[in-house]
Ligand binder design. Structure first.
Ligand code: ARG
Length: 299
C-alpha cells in the first residue's frame, strides 16, 4: 500500500535492545576525531539524555535490557559496538583500540547468560577485528559491512559464515564517519530502505550503493555530522537528533515518524542514538513464539 506521495505505508516492528547506562561515561582518551579529553563532560546530563532514549523506546513498545557498566570503560555506553546478533546467532566484538578491549568480554558474558531470551546460544568467538553494529547494518537478507577505520574485511567473512547471509563490504573514507552506522542508516529492514551520505564512502562503494538502493534517502554532510544517520528505526518511528533537519524532512515525506532525541553529551565521545543501541535479532523460532504470545495477549 502506498501513501499519498507514493511511499509505502510504514509499520513498526517490536524490537529488543541492549543498552548500557553512561554511569562511567567520560572522554579520557581520543580514538576518534570527535573526542577531546581536555573538554568537560557533564555525566548527570549524559545520564538524563540516555534515559530519555530508553524511555522513548519503551514508550513505543520496545523491550530494553540493560548491561551492567564497568568503571574504567568510559565508552561502554556505546553498546552497539559490543556484539552483533542476527537470527539469534551472536558475533561478539573484537575492538580495534586497546582502550575498549575489555568491553567485548562483558557483552559475551551477557549473551551467554541471556541467549535463551532470543533463541540464541550460537556465540562464535571473534577472530578478526570487528566493532559489531558500528560497522554491520542488517537488512532483510543481506548485511552491509563497513571497513577502512575499525572493522576488518576478514570479519565481514566471519559474519557471513556465522549467519549464512551475504555480507557486502563498503569502504569508509571520512575519519569523522569512522563507523558505518555514522554514514548509513537502515530505515526499514523488511523492505531494505536505507539512508546514507555518499561522500563517506569510496567511489566504488558509492557506486554499489547507488545501484543496489536506488530509492535510498540521500543525507547531506550537515545531517551526517549532526549524527543524523546514527539513528534507530523500528520501521515507522525513527529516533533521530533534532539537528539533522533536512534528513528529518526527507523521512517525514517518506512516511516515517521522526522522534527527536537529544544526546549532545554522548556525542562528545563520538556516538549517537544507534551507537547506544544494540539490537537483538531473535532466532526465527523465538520470533514466532514471541509473536504468538503477543497475539494471545491481545486477543
Ligand atoms: N568513542 C567510541 C569509539 O571511538 C565511539 C563509538 C561510536 N559508536 C558507534 N556505534 N558508531 O569507539
Amino acid at each position: 500500500m502506498l501513501n499519498g506521495v507514493g511511499h509505502p505505508v510504514r509499520h513498526a516492528k517490536l524490537r529488543h535492545y541492549l543498552m548500557c547506562p553512561p554511569t562511567y561515561f567520560d572522554v579520557t582518551y581520543a580514538i576518534n576525531p570527535w573526542m577531546d579529553p581536555s573538554g568537560h563532560v557533564d555525566r548527570a546530563l549524559a545520564a538524563r539524555q540516555w534515559s530519555g532514549l530508553v524511555d522513548a523506546y519503551r514508550s513505543t513498545g520496545h523491550r530494553v535490557d540493560l548491561l551492567e557498566p564497568l568503571a574504567d570503560l568510559p565508552d561502554m555506553v556505546y553498546a552497539a559496538n559490543g556484539a552483533t546478533v542476527v537470527d539469534g546467532r551472536t558475533l561478539p566484538a573484537r575492538f580495534a583500540n586497546p582502550e575498549r578491549d575489555a568491553e567485548a568480554a562483558v557483552h559475551t558474558a551477557w549473551h551467554w547468560r541471556n541467549g535463551a531470551l532470543y533463541g540464541g546460544g550460537n556465540i562464535q568467538p571473534a577472530i578478526a577485528i570487528n566493532e559489531a553494529e558500528g560497522d554491520f547494518a542488517v537488512l532483510s537478507r543481506r548485511i552491509l559491512a563497513g571497513h577502512g577505520f575499525r572493522t576488518s574485511p576478514e570479519a565481514h567473512r566471519e559474519l557471513a559464515t556465522l549467519t549464512d547471509r551475504e555480507v557486502l563490504s563498503l569502504e569508509l573514507v571520512d575519519p569523522r564517519l569512522f563507523h558505518l552506522d555514522l554514514a548509513l542508516a537502515v530505515l526499514d529492514d523488511e523492505r531494505d530502505h536505507i539512508a546514507y551520505y555518499p561522500d563517506a564512502f569510496s567511489q566504488r562503494s558509492r557506486r554499489l550503493l547507488g545501484q543496489l538502493f536506488p530509492d535510498a534517502l540521500i543525507a547531506t554532510k550537515l545531517d551526517a555530522y549532526a549524527f543524523g544517520l546514527n539513528v534507530v528505526s523500528d520501521g515507522l518511528h525513527v529516533f533521530i537528533p533534532a539537528g539533522a533537519r533536512q534528513l528529518r524532512e526527507l523521512l517525514a515525506v517518506a512516511g516515517y515518524w521522526p522522534i527527536s532525541v537529544d544526546l549532545s553529551e554522548l556525542i562528545k565521545g563520538g556516538g549517537g542514538v544507534k551507537c547506544c543501541t544494540q539490537e537483538i535479532r531473535p532466532a526465527r523460532t523465538a520470533q514466532l513464539v514471541l509473536s504468538q504470545l503477543l497475539a494471545g495477549a491481545s486477543s
